[in-house]
Design a protein around this ligand. Structure first.
Ligand code: NAP
Length: 238
């Protein structure tokens, strides 16, 4: 597989980078501070990983992972991801991103807004509904009985097929949750969000980060997507 570009080297971006190198995929990683700030991460990841600029990571291969705060999308170089398949991990967090009228009014989903900010990119929403530290805990090789599933959403069927293949190599089954407009089903606080990967989904919020994960089979994820209720975004504070 060609090199996977990863823009954003934080909790999620680096978790995906670890899965990629374990799956023998070369990665080119970028962050906001520049390649020199990534020395320790690259050293840990080994010879399949290189640090680059945002432009280098964006152009590294046909498929990229974008894992940055929502407010940073506007800072990306114009046209950087045009024509490329982009696994987009972003979520809207009002406490971090400020209030965004189009999202609070549910005029668009977060993924639709991100698509507007990245015209021409083939956006596939993925890895946004799982806590970063659960990613390595739950990744399993293809065919493992305890493999977990992740939802994806996108408007381009070919991009979704590429995302499904990549996610499969990284250690998860992908479940098609529809278009970007339907991705509210696995946005924060919706039915197919992070709690579904907890061994005890009812654990109190203050203990959630320490609570152990448990495998989530594709059938259970489909059911969570099917029964999800649309969250009142304006009422969200986190
Ligand atoms: N953490 C989770 O468990 C989790 C779960 C699901 C979804 N998400 C979502 O996934 C996204 C990433 O989350 P995270 O927890 O990984 O965030 P994070 O740890 O704060 O990392 C964010 C990364 O984005 C980089 N960045 C910021 N602005 C940038 C820019 N203009 N150009 C290039 N890189 C830029 C940062 O660079 P520097 O390192 O140089 O600061 C950092 O590497 C967010 O939208 C978040 O809501 C997070």
């Amino acid at each position: 597989m060609p090199t996977l570009g990863i823009i954003g080297s934080g909790n999620i971006g680096s978790a995906i980078a670890w899965l990629a190198v374990a799956a023998d995929i070369d990665v080119a990683i970028a962050n906001s501070r520049g390649p020199q700030s990534l020395t320790d991460l690259i050293e840990g990841l080994g010879p399949r990983a290189t640090a680059g600029t945002v432009e280098e990571a964006g152009h590294a291969g046909e498929t990229s992972v974008l894992s940055i705060p929502l407010t940073a999308y506007r800072d990306l170089p114009a046209g950087l991801l045009t024509g490329r398949t982009v696994l987009d991990t972003g979520n809207y967090h009002p406490y971090r991103d400020g209030r965004i009228t189009e999202l609070d009014s549910e005029e668009v989903t977060t993924a639709e807004l991100e698509q507007q900010l990245l015209p021409g990119a083939l956006l596939v929403k993925a890895f946004n509904n799982i806590l970063a530290h659960h990613i390595p805990q739950l990744a399993r090789p293809a065919g493992a009985r305890d493999r977990s599933a992740l939802p994806i959403a996108g408007n381009d069927p070919d991009a979704k097929a590429r995302a499904t293949e990549l996610i499969g190599r990284l250690g998860f089954d992908a479940v098609d949750a529809g278009t970007l407009g339907e991705s509210w089903r696995f946005e924060p606080e919706a039915g197919a969000y992070t709690r579904i990967y907890l061994a005890d989904p009812d654990v109190p919020a203050e203990r959630m980060l320490q609570a152990p994960a448990a495998p989530l089979p594709a059938e259970k994820l489909r059911e969570a997507l099917r029964t999800a209720q649309r969250v009142k975004v304006v009422a969200r504070t986190f």
